[in-house]
Write a protein that binds this ligand. Structure first.
Ligand code: HEC
Length: 119
């Protein structure tokens, strides 16, 4: 009697372990900023930038990969400024000035910055 009982106890535990990572991935995917960054009617950052978790063939390579952002931009406002108007740092950049040209709303820019700050 003891053995089948302990297997019954183990099953939900094992299930919880297997579901763990999948749930974590879904939480990350649900970040609104990621939708904006990946959506080709919104930020479409993927057209030019690779990011961790993107597959080579779906991400552009004309711009540097967005990675280790917190390390490289300890000051979040500098990162936001780059997304708001990249032409300030480089007048000849091909990156659209998302804020200045109102491609994204102020809220959407904050959401995108929140998202890429996790990369
Ligand atoms: C049409 C191409 C294009 C798109 C779309 C684009 N970028 Fe860029 N981005 C660039 C290029 C090119 C650079 C390199 C810097 C430069 O040109 O001055 C850059 C630079 C950056 C940098 C600075 C990179 C670094 O390594 O410090 C950040 C941050 C950035 N982009 C974020 C974004 C975000 C967020 C989006 C989407 C909302 C986006 N970019 C969309 C072309 C693009």
């Amino acid at each position: 009697m003891r053995k089948p009982f302990s297997i019954l106890l183990m099953a939900p535990l094992l299930g919880a372990c297997l579901a763990g990572p999948a749930q974590a991935a879904e939480v990350k995917k649900a970040m609104p900023g990621q939708e904006i960054a990946f959506n080709n009617k919104k930020g479409n950052c993927l057209a030019c930038h690779a990011m961790p978790g993107t597959k080579g063939e779906m991400a552009g390579s004309i711009a540097p990969p967005l990675i280790a952002m917190k390390l490289r931009y300890p000051d979040r406002s500098k990162l936001r400024a780059q997304v708001w108007d990249a032409t300030v740092n480089n007048p000849r950049t091909s990156m659209p000035p998302f804020g200045k040209h109102k491609v994204l709303t102020e809220d959407e820019i904050d959401q995108v910055v929140d998202f890429i700050y996790t990369l």
